[in-house]
Structure formats: C-alpha cells, structure tokens
Write a protein that binds this ligand. Structure first.
Ligand SMILES: [Mn+2]
Length: 432
C-alpha cells in the first residue's frame, strides 16, 4: 500500500485545508489499495485549528517537503543477529544476499553494523598473528562499533552524498533516538518518489517543496492552469467554480458516495469561505446548489454556520498582525514588479481604526522580508460584503482607482475576490 499525500497551496486557506481533508476521506473510501493523507504546507492559525475541532474534524497535518528521505530506503532483515552468535551464523545471508553491512543486536538492543570490512580485517589480523584459525569467532569479537548515523528525516540526496564519500559501507538510521533500520550504498542507486495530489492549486511555485522529485497523481482545482509537467498522464478535475470544495463534493457524487456529517461541514466551510458565503463574484449556481445540499447533510443552517465560522476566526487584533497578514499571502510578479497581496476576512470593519496603523507597519515588514516592491492587505467584511485595502508606500499607489480613505488605505465597496477583482486591477496598474 503506498502513501499518497494530498495538499493544498502554501499559506493554506480554508478551501485548501478543507478540500484536502475531504478529498483524502473520499479517496480512502473508494481506493483501498493506497493510503491517502491530507497535509498542509503552511501554518495553521489557532482559530482555524479550533474551528476544525469544533466541527469534529482534525486539520491536515503539517508537511515540510516531499523530497525523498533516508527513511524511504532503509533495510531491516527479518531475523535479528545477536553479538553472542558465532560469526558463521551469518554465512547463509552472505551467500544469498551479499550484504555489505549487517545489523547486530545485543539482547534485542541494536549495537551496530557489522561490515564485510570488519570480517575481512579480523581474519587477516588473526591469521597474521596465529598462523591459522581453529574456531569461528563470535560476532562480538569482529564487529567494530561506530558513531556515524543518519536521522530518518535526512534527505535522500544528502545521505547519498555522504555515503558515497564515506569509508563506511553502511549507516544505521535513527528516528527520535531509536534505531529503525540501516542503509548501504546500494540503497541510494535510485531515488524513490513520493506520490502527491494537488488540490486548490496547480502551480509548482505555490506547492509543496520538492514537488519536482514527486509523482503528481491528480490535480483538483479551480484556478487558472499554470505550467506543470508530469511524466505520466494524470487525472485532473479543474473547473471554474467558486471553491475546490465544490469540486470535491462533486467527486463524492461521481463516485456515488455521500459525505458524512463531518465531511459535509468541512466541505461547506471551505466552500463558504472561498465564496464569502456565496456572495463573491466567483460563485456559480453549482456552488450554491452544493452549499445547500451540504448544509442539509451537515444538519446546519447555511447562514448560521457561516456566521459562526467567520466569527470564530476572530477579528484582527494588533498582536496577530503578522499571523493575519501572512496566513493567506500570495505573491505575484508582473512586468518586473513583485507584489504580495494578503487577504483576511472579518465580520465587521468597525474596529479598523484600532489596528490599521499596526497592520500598515507590519505589512511593510512583510514586504521587506519577502523582498517585494509592493505589498497590500485586503480586509473583507463578509457580512456587509465590502473590503478595505491597506498598501505599503509605492509609486503606483497614485494609480489605484479605489476611493482613498487616507494615506495607504482604500475603500473597496463590493470587492470580495482577490483573484477576480483586486488582482486584475493591480496587474493592469502595473502594466500601464
Ligand atoms: Mn480555493
């Protein structure tokens, strides 16, 4: 059974988290040959984590990268060899497997790798000293303990480079200070590939680190198609709908599966988050129908559930400025100008004055940190269906068409979508 990771984009939003969660559930139900694991490739705000808990679900687990690691190629023989056994016990294995190293135990505890070099050296030295050898030595007389080791999460390429240069033929591998197996040079002939399904994105630049070393097996998305090459034909479901969760719900229907109550809540959360309670211009009839069917399955009132979700996400506090700006921050480069646009949702903009100054300051720090020319934050009031835009100082600010409230603060009545409304406006300013 192989593992297949399902991930949304970097700086995951609700749609990315929820579609990965629900699609992994569906795939695990319809395909028992593989194990599907929903992951996220960015931080989770505490409020999102709490929201998942409140609906009885567990948010996808964090995964740093998808590069192959040393752990992916470890060996471990089925039979344990003890230091007190005669060396000749191993002859069968050397005859059949020709291992360059062999793990040795002492009463069940791993002690080290016995290498073919240890054995050769022992015989040469003893013949030299004694002239002949009457009796087979015990393994403990021959083995030489070494300090060198790999950690399970060491990258495959790093392990390969180290072992290629090393005098040693094999290294033991440890995880959490516990021996889990060993590797020899032979383990590094071919790099293993992890399998991954991309949801809510399809561009490598927005995806998990190490994607180029992995097999992309499926893409489920509702964004523009970016350039991505695969070696094999893959399954794709890319539709211009309001949320990836809508597409995942349709996948359930295609497979004659009905989401359970928790899955329906998760799908609904992603759907209403991406479509701002079905009000964003990205919303289609299919999204609205899916939302109503899902709220029936989840036994919730759509609007009540949405209010509860958005208010549990919390307002914008000064302390949380970094977290709020960076949790959904997308970087675009156009015509030599790099611009980062964050988006957050609130249930009211009445308290804007309380945190505006602090957010403008942190926004500029985020811009510097990412070496950007320009950074902005779109704060959307999901109840009143309006947004406010904060920007850093930049020469193109003067070309922004939205109504200026004050320096670097703009009113965007009715603007709810970064992708369909704000971004095209900003790109056209850059291209002017
Ligand atoms: Mn989405």
């Amino acid at each position: 059974m192989s593992k297949i990771y399902i991930t949304g984009h970097r700086n995951p939003d609700m749609d990315s988290l929820c579609s990965a969660y629900a699609y992994a559930d569906l795939k695990n139900k319809i395909d028992s040959n593989n194990e599907y694991i929903a992951v996220r490739i960015g931080n989770l705000t505490k409020s999102i984590q709490k929201f998942f808990e409140s609906i009885g679900a567990e948010a996808p687990v964090y995964k740093n990268h998808i590069y192959p690691t040393v752990k992916d190629v470890i060996l471990e023989p089925s039979e344990k060899m003890d230091v007190n056994m005669p060396l000749t016990t191993l002859s069968k294995y050397y005859n059949e497997e020709n291992p360059s190293s062999y793990p040795i135990y002492d009463g069940g505890e791993f002690v080290g790798l016995l290498s073919i070099d240890n054995i050769a050296l022992w015989f040469m030295q003893n013949i030299d000293k004694l002239g002949k050898i009457d009796k087979a030595p015990l393994i403990k007389d021959v083995i030489k303990k070494r300090e060198e080791r790999f950690e399970a999460e060491d990258l495959f390429e790093d392990g390969k480079a180290i072992l290629t240069k090393s005098k040693l033929r094999g290294y033991p591998v440890y995880e959490d200070n516990k021996y889990i197996g060993y590797v020899t040079r032979r383990c590094f002939l071919d790099a293993p590939k992890h399998n991954v399904i991309l949801v809510d994105h399809n561009e490598a630049s927005q995806s998990i680190k190490g994607l180029e070393t992995a097999n992309i097996v499926e893409i489920i998305d509702h964004h523009r198609l970016g350039a991505l090459k695969t070696t094999l034909p893959i399954y794709m479901d890319i539709e211009p709908l309001g949320s990836t969760c809508t597409i995942v719900y349709q996948q359930y229907l295609k497979h004659n599966m009905k989401p359970n109550e928790i899955e329906a809540k998760v799908l609904l959360a992603g759907l209403i988050s991406d479509t701002v309670i079905l009000k964003s211009p990205t919303t289609t009839k299919i999204d609205a129908e899916a939302a109503h069917e899902l709220s029936k399955i989840a036994k919730v009132d759509l609007n009540e559930f949405a209010q509860k979700m958005f208010s549990s996400m919390g307002g914008l506090t000064v302390d949380a400025a970094n977290e709020k700006i960076e949790s959904d921050f997308k970087i675009y480069t156009e015509n030599g100008v790099s611009v980062g646009i964050g988006q957050c949702e609130v249930v009211t903009l009445r308290d804007l004055d309380n945190y505006k100054e602090a957010y403008l300051k942190v926004l500029d720090e985020v811009r510097l940190k990412n070496s950007l020319n320009w950074a902005m934050l779109m704060i959307t009031d999901v109840i009143k269906e309006t947004s406010v835009l904060l920007t850093t100082d930049f020469k193109l600010n003067k070309n922004i068409q939205y109504k200026k409230i004050e320096n670097n603060v703009y009113d965007m009545p009715g603007v709810l979508s970064r992708k369909k409304q704000l971004l095209p406006d900003i790109l056209s300013i850059i291209n002017q």
